[in-house]
Design a protein around this ligand. Sequence first.
Ligand code: NAD
Length: 470
Amino acid sequence: MSDNLAMTIDGHAVHAAATIDVRNPATGEVFAQAPDATAADLDAAVAAATRAFPAWRDTPIADRKACLVKAADIIDAHADELAALFVREQGRPLPGAKAEIRGAAMWLKATTMLDIPVDVTEDSDTRRVEVHHVPLGVVCGIVPWNFPVLLASWKIGPALMAGNTLVLKPSPFTPLCTLRIGELIRDVFPAGVFNIICGGDALGPLMTAHPGFAKISFTGSTATGRRVMESAAKDLKRITLELGGNDAAIVLPDVDVDAVAAQLFEGAFHNTAQVCVATKRLYIHADIYDQLRDRLHQLAKELPVGDGAEQGNRYGPVQNEPQYRRVRALLDDARAKGLTLLEGGPVPDVGYFVPLTLVDNPPEDSRVVVEEAFGPVLPLLKFDNVDDVIMRANDSEYGLAGAVWSADIAAATAIAHRLDTGTVWINQNLQSTPFTPLAGAKQSGFGQENGVPGLLEFTRPKAIFIPKAG
Ligand code: NAD
């Protein structure tokens, strides 16, 4: 079944003439083929979405919401099948795979609880001035491989609910679940409203340059985000960019080390540390540094890493070969610089596995601290002064999220206000909700997703001046 999945264009299954290989990262082996769309396939998808736009825009929002709820129910009902496919293409162990599928269905439904406001800026004796938020047209959605289904739902829900039509592209590393979802919900929407296109490295740039798109909603790396922005500049397409991060977590000396260690560990290593908002620099107060470092190292040695399809594994492989090479290169650099690496337990010697690794108090300017590893390598950094640690945490081109851990909520909140990021968690991590905007500061993003502000990014304001009789 996973070998012959088609794209969804104009409500139909479309197979491309050529295909791309899809590998299981736990083995490195090709196990499926996915369509490699041509420029003509893209043109067909954009043309279909363009044709479908006027009628979808004019469809009552309650009906658009009903379609999304139906789509969510279908995805949820196929969670077991989709999760098994997810494990093979993405690598994450089954419970986490299933949580993502069900989470995406939940997210689609939750989005339908939002409403698009009409702002009234004047209501005087002579006139009423209303600001409506109207759809943009055809939206291009581009998604990465780390949360391929959830992050797709963050685009599908608000783009379609706001009255746009959509052409969605999964990552070439994780196309299968998205293509299968296309098959499952193809008939829920009128033809052309929701299209899925799939291809290799050439397809993304073709999409961002395509004159038929009114907006690009992109999630991926900061380097690619810059290219997307440059491409969109040519015809001033609207853009939302959710990009990379190098999130700092700050642990104050009053925490209960044994109580927080497991949460801190998961906040860094969830999904094999391939989370945009994972903790990527862990600043620990000197008074508890050794104790917490040793506890975290113990967890790294204990928690099982292996094929996500085998029961009991907590963490899977790095998702793809280029990313595996990047993480390995970062570790080689750390070793060459003489940094102390605290390695976790054994990992399989096939596929793209990297041992869960802590780096013991490396210099602040080492690559492993400055760069987004996006793999299971976590630098632990010692501090003894709050002003100093805030300065170090903020000294990054990124500003996605951060966390503060302390028994003193007021002290932690005061630090949270001083972090230059779009989100800060206190005594928790990796939290996001359909009602709360995720908005990267600095080079972590441009615009926002989720909540009413995220929904409005799929619209444009339109002011109407209405005179009053009299
Ligand atoms: P990536 O930038 O390599 O690819 C993302 C998507 O863009 C893929 O679908 C890819 O095919 C496509 N693409 C590649 N080059 C393109 C181009 N020139 N024009 C248009 N599209 C192009 O990112 P990735 O490696 O798939 O994902 C990992 C990165 O994503 C990390 O940096 C991570 O922090 C970030 N991320 C951010 C968020 C967020 O919400 N801020 C969420 C998840 C991941």
